[in-house]
Design a protein around this ligand. Structure first.
Ligand code: PMP
Length: 428
């Protein structure tokens, strides 16, 4: 199936509703844009884990990982405002902000020999840094073949669209791309490697989202290490796409790759990095980066500017001060246990998977097969109860629960009370 889960499983498409804002939006933005929910949400304000509509109704945000330290966090607002009212230029002038931040960021990475220690480059989106990582990998390996998972999403430039099978629609995979399941079975990896070699592309990179988000959220089992060994033996590198699991979401350290016990050659990160400002980065081992960095000048007008760095530094401050990685671990474990308890009474709920504050909950039909329609129904029913979630996975049947990392035990209580009601009405 060309599943297009990102685009279509939980989206309202224009032209069906008599709402002047939707009509105006459709007119000016055109048909590529989608909205969440059959009854789209119109928000005007956010605070912590809550979002508010114009009537002052509060919605519990159990979906947004961008505002990962909480919507409108005062420390981020202060830092950004201060920097914005002082100076905002670009990386061709000396500035402390980018150096201080880079030192802090790289201190969260594995220790390597000095000759290969990580270096970091900045951009504004996850798509851009994945695009950059592909260029760096190709330059280093002399190969262009890329291995991705069946339902991977790595962004929206031409190069990363070609390695993002989940987009579907009229896009197609590059001829230099081979797909494997998120279980990264040994035989699949071996076949992909052989095929890329036989086709003349060679093996440049295995790129994976280390929690396999768009594949349906598969934090376990920890399958990455043997696949990486096979790819490296074929001359390729590992690009860990941390756009989703990075910055502490899994509750097990800053990075999703740590859980897998691997040391990536390249790491890309974005979304939660600056709590909503467009900040993204690619870290690479110095020896892997060298071929590109010494041969190709790099400039990104906005990437790494003083305001972006102030926002990103403030996010690290909050993660540390509010112990958000530990919070993701404890509150995430509680949320998962409570969802599993509800699931135990519902034959239509299958596996409850998760790490930290990233949960995937399978919705099944009465013979145990993936049930996209019911998953969508649950998401819309939760929205009517003012709890925001979504779906993912190749069959569009996995509830995607990924709240800001300041989610509290009382947020869990509210979430579980509403999910319990929704599942009870499903059972009737
Ligand atoms: N990689 C992954 C795993 C993602 O989930 C996304 C965004 N959903 C991207 C890359 C692209 O990031 P951006 O939208 O910032 O370009």
């Amino acid at each position: 199936m060309s599943f297009s889960n990102i685009m279509d499983s939980n989206s309202y498409q224009g032209g069906q509703r008599d709402d002047p804002l939707i009509a105006a939006r459709d007119r000016v933005l055109g048909p590529a844009y989608r909205l969440f929910y059959d009854n789209p949400v119109h928000l005007v304000r956010g605070l912590g884990t809550k979002l508010f509509d114009a009537d002052g109704n509060d919605y519990l945000d159990a979906y947004n990982n961008v505002a990962s330290v909480g919507h409108c966090h005062p420390h981020v607002i202060d830092s950004v405002t201060r920097q914005l009212s002082t100076l905002n230029t670009h990386t061709r002038y000396l500035h402390d902000g980018i150096v201080d931040y880079s030192q802090r960021l790289l201190a969260t990475f594995p220790d390597l020999e000095q000759s290969s220690s990580y270096q970091v480059m900045y951009a504004c989106t996850g798509s851009e840094v994945n695009d950059l990582a592909l260029r760096v990998a190709a330059m280093h390996t002399g190969a262009t073949g890329v291995i991705v998972t069946h339902e991977a999403y790595h962004g929206n430039t031409e190069a990363v669209t070609a390695i993002s099978p989940s987009i579907g629609g009229r896009t197609s995979l590059g001829c230099h791309v081979r797909t494997v399941s998120p279980q990264l079975e040994r035989a699949e990896i071996a076949a992909a490697i052989t095929d890329l070699q036989d086709s003349g592309f060679g093996v440049s990179a295995l790129i994976v989202d280390t929690i396999f988000s768009s594949d349906g959220i598969y934090p376990d089992p920890l399958v990455l290490a043997p696949a990486v060994a096979a790819v490296r033996a074929a001359g390729g590198v590992l690009i860990a796409d941390e756009v989703q699991p990075g910055f502490g979401r899994t509750g097990a350290g800053m990075w999703g790759f740590t859980r897998h016990g691997v040391v990536p050659d390249l790491v890309t990160m974005g979304k939660p990095m600056a709590n909503g400002l467009p900040v993204a980065a690619m870290a690479a081992r110095g020896d892997v980066l060298a071929g590109f960095a010494t041969g190709v000048p790099y400039f990104n007008t906005f990437g790494g500017n003083p305001v972006s760095m102030a926002a990103a530094a403030a996010v690290l401050d909050v993660i540390e001060r509010e112990r958000l990685i530990a919070n993701a671990a404890t509150v995430g474990a509680d949320l998962r246990a409570e969802v599993a308890r509800l699931a135990a009474d519902h034959p239509r709920i299958g596996q409850v998977r998760g790490a930290g504050l990233y949960l995937g909950v399978e919705v099944l039909d009465d013979v145990g097969l993936p049930d996209r329609a019911t998953a969508r129904w649950i998401v819309n029913a939760m929205r009517e109860r003012r709890v925001l979630i979504s779906v993912c996975g190749g069959d569009g049947n996995v509830l995607k629960i990924r709240p800001p990392m300041v989610f509290s035990m009382s947020d869990v209580d509210r979430f579980i009370a509403e999910l319990g009601e929704v599942l009870a009405s499903l059972a009737q």
